[in-house]
Design a protein around this ligand. Structure first.
Ligand code: ADP
Length: 517
């Protein structure tokens, strides 16, 4: 073998051996025995087929190379298993080789170590197989998950960190009435009214230990504009980008349950209110009927037991006590009856033309006599309605021009407000009653300088039997303002007041004039 050729083979880790036409080894390289099946037989003079049994059966092919009929022959990936069980692979290339001395043609067999290449190839194949298995396992599990998602009874939505919808299932499409295409790539706010609630939930989720957030009850809106209540649970999955999450919402329609809850809460509140009204009614009964009843009992007992001993004058006085106590109780009963028929919707609104200025003046006079002997009631009337109370030649014309109101209801309104103004203000104080008549409405303003109404009582003031905490020993039933409110409502009017404790109260009632159709 020429030395140049040997030099060329050296760095490539290529070993070789030369055989003659009988396959007897003529020459071998230093390490060729490493590749032999039986290393001790890989020596010059031995039959190469003993140490390299791979040559058996291909002798004809190899001889055709020696005879110049074929340029080369290659066997790739021959494996040897040594005792240490580490596989050794090599490629074998046979080419013609001319003996320098006798010019006879021999066969040069080159051996190239392919162990590293083969191991790498095998591991690549193994990896590729594993990857294929993984891909099919993933596909199977995706298919499985898709089936689960599709068959879920609950609505499922997946959004990006910014709340853009990425996935919806069939139940979500049914629930919100949108198709998949109408929801994908749209913001969650398209269906969730209070999206900030979910935004806060997402934020909490990230800040917290990433526990599943449950029972987020939010109002959603369907494609047809219907509002529904949905209870969501929310969790997140980390995306490929650090710090960015996709959010998974699983929602269930709880509209029915919510409506039931609202209904229950409403009836509980109603029940509570009724209980309060009942207890206020009984306490009013005890207070307001107790005193006059005692008076009646006491006076009648005196008359019965000492009737012969007392003077006629004294008798008249006791009888007067009985009469006024009975009148007071009858008035209370009237009020209770009036309120209950108003609450039952039985109080009727019967409008008729009323000369308001005259009506109010007369009412003030009667109040002065019955309640307001110790107060100055100042009445004044401003008319922006030219025809109001204006005397014309034709009586019928005048009647037509007067505003139509229900004078019976109006009497309840004004009597209660004026008598309260008297009752809750100090003796000798001024009460101002002003009537403003416009074309379409009348405004009644009653102002006193009395005890006022504490701010914390103001909200409940029109409830039946409700009395403010500062009434002290001033008698009352808590019925008057309820009656006033009902009467104002029947007129389609409004009542409002402003008050400051210790300074006084102003009630303003606005009554629109009834229009004949
Ligand atoms: P009452 O018979 O107790 O006067 P009302 O229904 O007429 O019942 O009034 C309800 C409550 O409103 C009164 O108990 C009182 O606390 C308060 N109130 C009504 N009008 C006045 C007013 N002019 N000044 C102070 N408090 C008033």
């Amino acid at each position: 073998m020429n030395s140049l050729f040997k030099k060329l083979l050296g760095p490539r880790q290529t070993e070789y051996f030369v055989v003659n036409h009988n396959f007897i080894i003529q020459e071998i390289s230093a390490e060729v025995q490493n590749y032999a099946d039986t290393p001790s037989d890989a020596i010059p003079g031995a039959d190469a087929r003993i140490s390299f049994p791979e040559l058996i059966g291909i002798e004809n092919i190899l001889m055709s190379i020696v005879m110049g009929r074929r340029p080369s022959f290659e066997l790739k990936g021959i494996a040897r298993f040594a005792d240490n069980h580490r596989p050794l692979y090599f490629d074998l290339l046979a080419i013609e080789h001319e003996n320098e001395q006798d010019m006879a043609s021999n066969l040069l067999i080159l051996i190239e170590d392919a162990t590293e290449k083969m191991v790498m190839k095998q591991s690549l194949i193994q990896r590729a197989n594993e990857a294929n298995l993984l891909v099919s396992a993933l596909a199977a599990s995706k298919d499985y998950i898709d089936k689960v998602i599709r068959s879920m009874g609950d609505a499922l939505l997946v959004t990006s960190t910014l709340g853009i919808i990425k996935t919806v299932n069939q139940s979500a499409q049914w629930l919100f009435g949108y198709s998949e295409a109408e929801l994908l790539d749209h913001p969650l706010s398209k269906i969730v009214v209070e999206e900030t609630l979910l935004y806060q939930a997402r934020h909490r989720y990230i800040l917290s230990q990433k526990e599943l957030l449950r029972e987020l009850e939010v109002v959603c809106i369907t494609k047809t504009g219907e509002e529904i209540w949905v209870e969501f649970s929310c969790s997140a999955i980390q995306t490929e980008l650090q710090g960015l999450y996709d959010f998974i919402y699983i929602g269930r329609d709880i509209t029915e349950r919510k409506q039931e809850e609202i209904e229950i809460r409403r009836s509980l509140a109603k029940e509570q209110e009724l209980r309060q009204v009942k207890s206020r009614f009984f306490s009013m009964l005890a207070h307001e009927f107790g005193n006059p009843l005692n008076t009646v009992l006491f006076a009648t007992q005196i008359l019965k037991e000492y009737g012969d001993e007392i003077t006629n004058e004294e008798k008249q006085e006791y009888l007067e006590h009985v009469r006024s106590a009975s009148k007071h109780m009858a008035q209370l009963l009237d009020d209770v009856r009036l309120l209950s028929s108003a609450e039952a919707g039985k109080l009727k609104f019967n409008p008729a033309p009323v000369d308001l200025q005259k009506f109010c003046s007369e009412l003030v006079e009667s109040i002065k006599i019955s309640y307001g002997k110790n107060h100055k009631i100042n009445f004044n009337c401003r008319k922006n309605h030219t025809s109001l109370a204006k005397k014309t030649a034709q009586e019928s014309e005048e009647t037509q021009q007067l505003p139509a109101l229900d004078s019976k209801l109006l009497r309840h309104i004004l009597t209660n407000l004026l008598s309260n103004a008297v009752k809750y203000s100090p003796i000798d104080s001024n009460i101002y009653f002003q009537l403003n008549c416009h074309n379409e409405e009348a405004i009644f303003k009653i102002k006193d300088a009395g005890i006022g109404i504490p701010i914390e009582d103001q909200e409940q003031l029109f409830e039946s039997y409700y009395r403010a905490q500062n009434v002290g020993k001033i008698p009352g039933t808590g019925l008057g303002l309820s009656i006033v409110k009902q009467c104002v409502d029947l007129h389609g009017g409004q009542i409002e007041f402003s008050s400051e404790t210790g300074l006084g109260t102003t009630f303003i009632v606005t009554i629109p004039f009834y229009k004949h159709r």
